[in-house]
Design a protein around this ligand. Structure first.
Ligand SMILES: [Zn+2]
Length: 358
């Protein structure tokens, strides 16, 4: 259903707090002064503005699917806290308030089953000015969980910011959740009516405290280190040994940072994991990671596959391309194997990971 609705009527709907039920749950107001001015200018010049999408919940309420930013401008244009100076510079000079409020905004009302609402919302909001992941969940799964989580993310302490970053439209909230779940959307949906403050937040606080207690002097990569701590939280002897040897560990981190080893590691996470699992072994090769040139040389010497540009994995005999191979220490580095050409072989990713899990 498509029709036009006066700005005045949108404001009435909002003030009732009954019809547009999710308007305060969507993303915070993020328009710049210029964007707001541009919209108001279009209205004044009677240039068509994009339609606002509402979802008919079929119980006399509507959710805003798209248009929150525009609605906010129309609602608050004469509030000097939101648009300092704009009201006086613009409306008094150029347009009568009554004329503005009579302006008709195109509105498209959609309805359907719940799954269609979710699909429509995601589609519309990822094509225009893309919503951030958190903002999408915030609108779709309203409840105590996202509300408390969003407030937490917006008011992180400086220490918490070292782990999760500043509040950038909820990105830090997503980062925090990703420590605890692979599927953030499912997690939020299942916990939508739970309390974040009285639940997950306690676990996060504990995790940050432990991580800082061990790695507080290292001053970087706290998020990755927290992730590793969390994965090993049940392994008390290991955690204790980290606490006990923290100076030694941090000096090792710094050493590898300075001699370039960290840079050639496959990932920061694997680098830290390697060091943390093995720091107390003796006689290890001080070089842990192979160079890209070594990988090139090993690749050239592999048997060609049937498909052009692919080579055969010596372990599973399947074909893979260059990027799908990884260098393996034939004698594991953690057991004293050298990082040298005669202790190196290429394996496909899955063979390599099943070997290192043994
Ligand atoms: Zn393989």
């Amino acid at each position: 259903m498509e029709y036009r609705i006066e700005i005045r009527r949108i404001r009435d709907l909002l003030d009732d707090k009954k019809y547009l039920t999710n308007i305060n749950m969507q993303r915070k107001y993020i328009y710049s002064h210029e964007q707001a001015k541009f919209l108001l200018d279009s209205i004044q010049k009677k240039i068509p503005i994009p339609a606002i999408y509402l979802w008919d919940n079929c119980n006399d309420t509507y959710d805003v699917i798209d248009g929150k930013q525009r609605i906010t401008v129309m609602r608050l244009y004469n509030n000097p806290n939101y648009f300092p100076g704009l009201h006086y510079n613009f409306f008094i000079d150029h347009m009568e308030t009554a004329e503005f409020e009579n302006y008709e905004v195109p509105v498209i009302v959609c309805k359907g089953v719940y799954e269609e609402k979710i699909a429509t919302f995601k589609r519309i909001n990822t094509t225009a000015v893309a919503l951030k992941e958190f903002e999408i969940y915030n609108a779709l799964y309203q409840g105590s969980f996202v509300e408390e989580l969003g407030n937490w993310g917006a008011t992180l302490s400086p220490i918490e910011e070292l782990f999760f970053g500043k509040s950038m439209r909820g990105e830090n909230c997503i980062k925090a959740l990703k420590l605890y779940t692979e599927n953030v959307e499912d997690y939020i949906r299942h916990n939508r009516n739970q309390s974040f403050v009285n639940g997950l937040k306690g676990k996060i606080d504990t995790l940050l405290n432990i991580t800082l207690k061990i790695f507080g002097d290292y001053k970087t990569d706290y998020y990755i280190l927290a992730k590793i701590v969390l994965e090993n939280i049940g392994n008390e002897p290991l955690i204790k040994s980290w606490v006990l040897n923290k100076e030694k560990i941090i000096s090792l981190f710094n050493l590898y940072n300075n001699n370039g080893e960290l840079k050639i590691a496959p990932s920061k996470e694997s680098f830290y994991k390697e060091i943390l699992n093995c720091y107390n072994c003796t006689g290890l090769d001080s070089r842990r990671f192979f160079t890209p040139e070594t990988k090139q040389n090993l690749y050239i010497n592999l048997k060609n596959g049937f498909t052009k540009g692919k080579k055969i994995c010596p372990c599973c005999n399947k074909e893979f391309s260059f990027n799908e191979f990884e260098i393996d220490h034939i004698i594991p580095w953690s057991r004293g194997g050298k990082t040298s050409n005669n202790n190196a072989q290429l394996l496909c990713k899955s063979c390599n990971s099943s070997k290192s899990n043994k």
